[in-house]
Design a protein. Structure first.
Length: 662
């Protein structure tokens, strides 16, 4: 049986995941079953062959340590240019040969299990990465094969395969996916997605000019999202650096090489810990790792900050040749601001990088804070670019207008005034007066019918209430039943995503209002369900779930997102989220008052047609009465609200004399 593959002329890079671009590519591959016995492999092309007979090339001198796979398994291809059949069975893998018919250069592939290794790429201390063809699914992949000398060590093999098992537990767009792993002829290997854009450190090396700040910001935002997702799975990378951040042909980045993280999580193996000590990247390792040998996810934030710094400034934060000095200096001093090396870096971005590089882990921003700040920068910068592009187009039109010798039409001065009741009135004045009167009348009508605020508001489209039954339950104060109903909708993958998003927020509120001790963990799980349903992580519903799920405890970040979005409906839900969480955590009464008043104020300004987020409009005044002055019947309030004031009242009775309580 013959398998045909056609040349793929794709751009590739030469990184740890993507081999170099030398040699020929295949296009329009035709998939077929995996060969069980030695079979013929054909690389097809569009031209007729010079000869219909197969030409066997003579064997090149074979190194002594070469295995015998290529000798026992026939390898026959077709020249991609002239279609000449060639027998390469006896050739040395990865050598370059020329087709006898058309003289085009060909790289000799190599069999490896059910994969065809096409060319070798990044070589590390433990493994070699190949660009390869997966014959089962007919797709290009990257295969990391453990070096034979290292494969003989059991601990190294276990560490190597742990990389696959660790990364395979993470399903995120910014984490390099692992397809499978296994062993072939005593060599463990990992099969992963092929990233033909190369790694960011190679991109930085090959760039003649500084990398665009906007591109670097987007890359770092995506990697922060991926690392935050890994952290929620209990996984810390421990080796973030540009060499471990890969790019595809579309400019999207993914973080890979999670092998060290799994080793450091396995405290039962001292020998694995010894192996990984030599892997730490001195330019990116956190100060606490240098001092104590241990770090948590904030160590990854420091390493991400170092990578951020290098990609913008063109070099690492500390430029020291001596390794011991390089490791020690980061524990003693802060690096200079990246703006000093590159003045065009925005101040906000420079400040963020410096906070990420703080020597005190507690002073570093969280992943959500990093993501929010970068999102704000990207949106504001996008608006500026839109305005600049619009102004540029207008300038081009004006230039083209005058270049053609045209002029704006002159005014006709005749009849420019006329007489009303003996007064000479200019047409211009009269026109302005009429337009002013129309505008004032329109504004009055819009205000009279409650539509003026909608007219001025950017995000004025009201979300449809897709779960009216759940909304009714909240109006009645039955958050337990509301939670049960919304959970059914959330877990039903056949229901449209808009309804599941509404159910997610309503279920999150219900968990807090029912005083569930695991409310935060439930919200984190709800967040993961929406992410798994392909809801964008920039969706503001997910922003609220991150806040309620503990990924971000900063109300400031939530308020900044509200200000950025300028969407009243998002603002309503955000204010309610802070208010409910504040009651649940028994925070200060001042903050509760601020956000309860903010919620009620926003609800009162909503246009006609009730938003489902207003379901609590009639209940919040009762909550305020109870939490602020202990007035009302707690048995008719949600459990969280009732528990809040009961505790506060007991404290007051103990502190104040009885005479003052009368």
């Amino acid at each position: 049986m013959t398998e045909e593959f056609k040349d793929d002329a794709r751009k590739t890079g030469g990184e740890s995941n993507s081999p170099s671009s030398t040699g020929q590519r295949r296009i329009n591959r035709i998939p077929s079953p995996v060969p069980r016995e030695p079979e013929e492999i054909i690389f097809a092309a569009a031209e007729e062959p010079v000869s219909s007979e197969t030409i066997s090339l003579k064997k090149i001198t074979v190194p002594e340590n070469e295995d015998t796979v290529s000798e026992t398994r026939p390898l026959k291809i077709t020249c991609y240019r002239c279609m000449q059949k060639l027998d390469l069975t006896d050739m040395v893998p990865f050598e370059k040969v020329k087709c006898p018919s058309c003289n085009v250069e060909i790289i000799i592939p190599k069999w490896f299990d059910n994969y065809l290794l096409e060319e070798s790429g990044g070589v590390g201390g433990m493994a070699v990465v190949y660009r390869a063809l997966d014959l089962t699914l007919d797709r290009e992949v990257a295969i990391k094969v453990l070096n034979p000398d290292v494969a003989s060590q059991n601990e190294s093999c276990r560490l190597f395969l742990h990389e696959a098992r660790t990364a395979a537990t993470i399903n995120h767009y910014a984490v390099l996916p692992i397809y499978t792993c296994g062993e072939f002829e005593d060599q463990p290997y990992i099969v992963m997605q092929y990233m033909d854009g190369g790694s960011l450190d190679r991109k930085l090396e090959e760039s003649r000019e500084p990398l665009p700040v906007n591109d670097v910001v987007k890359w770092m935002r995506d990697i922060a999202e991926g690392l935050d997702n890994a952290r929620r799975h209990g996984i810390i990378h421990h080796d973030i650096k540009p060499a471990n951040i890969m790019m595809d042909r579309d400019g999207n980045v993914k973080v890979g090489d999670f092998g060290i993280s799994q080793a450091l999580r396995d405290s039962s193996s001292e020998s694995i810990d010894k192996i990984t000590k030599g892997w730490a990247s001195p330019c990116y390792v956190s100060p606490e790792k240098v001092l104590s040998g241990k770090e948590d996810h904030t160590g990854d934030i420091y390493s991400l900050g170092s990578s951020f710094y290098q990609l913008m400034a063109g070099h690492a934060p500390f430029e020291v040749d001596n390794l011991e000095r390089l490791l020690r200096i980061r524990t003693e001093m802060d690096p200079p601001s990246p703006q000093k090396h590159r003045p065009d870096i925005p101040q906000a971005i420079s400040d963020l990088v410096m906070r990420m590089l703080s020597r005190n882990p507690e002073e570093r921003p969280s992943y959500r804070d990093i993501i929010n700040e970068l999102n704000i920068y990207m949106k504001e910068n996008g608006k500026k670019r839109t305005v600049a592009d619009r102004n540029g187009k207008m300038a081009e039109k004006r230039a083209a207008f005058f270049k053609g010798g045209r002029k704006f039409p002159s005014r006709n001065k005749s009849g420019s005034t006329f007489t009303i009741i003996g007064m000479n009135i200019s047409k211009t004045i009269l026109t302005h007066a009429v337009f002013s009167a129309v505008f004032i009348l329109a504004a009055y009508l819009l205000w009279q019918y409650g539509a003026f605020d909608r007219f001025l508001h950017k995000g004025g489209k009201m979300p449809q209430d897709l779960l009216p039954g759940v909304t009714v339950m909240f109006k009645a104060g039955d958050c337990v039943q509301a939670s049960a109903r919304s959970e059914k909708v959330l877990d039903d993958g056949t229901i449209k995503i808009a309804a599941r998003k509404q159910a997610a927020i309503q279920m999150a509120f219900a968990k807090y209002l029912s005083n569930d001790p695991d409310a935060e963990a439930f919200c984190a799980g709800i967040y993961e369900k929406l992410v798994a349903a392909n809801v964008s992580e920039e969706d503001f519903y997910l922003e609220i779930l991150r806040y309620l799920g503990g990924s971000s405890s900063s109300t400031r970040a939530l308020d900044e997102r509200v200000e950025l979005e300028r969407n009243r409906y998002f603002a309503v839900l955000a204010a309610l989220a802070v208010y409910i969480r504040g009651i649940y955590e028994k925070t200060s009464g001042v903050q509760l008052m601020n956000y309860s008043n903010k919620y009620l104020s926003l609800i009162s300004s909503l246009p006609p047609g009730e938003f489902w987020g207003a379901a609590w409009a009639a209940r919040v005044p009762d909550w305020k009465e109870w939490t602020e002055s202990a007035k009302g019947d707690p048995s008719k309030l949600e459990q969280t609200v009732a528990d809040y004031k009961t505790e506060i009242r007991e404290i007051k009775l103990e502190v104040n004399p009885p005479a003052l309580m009368q």
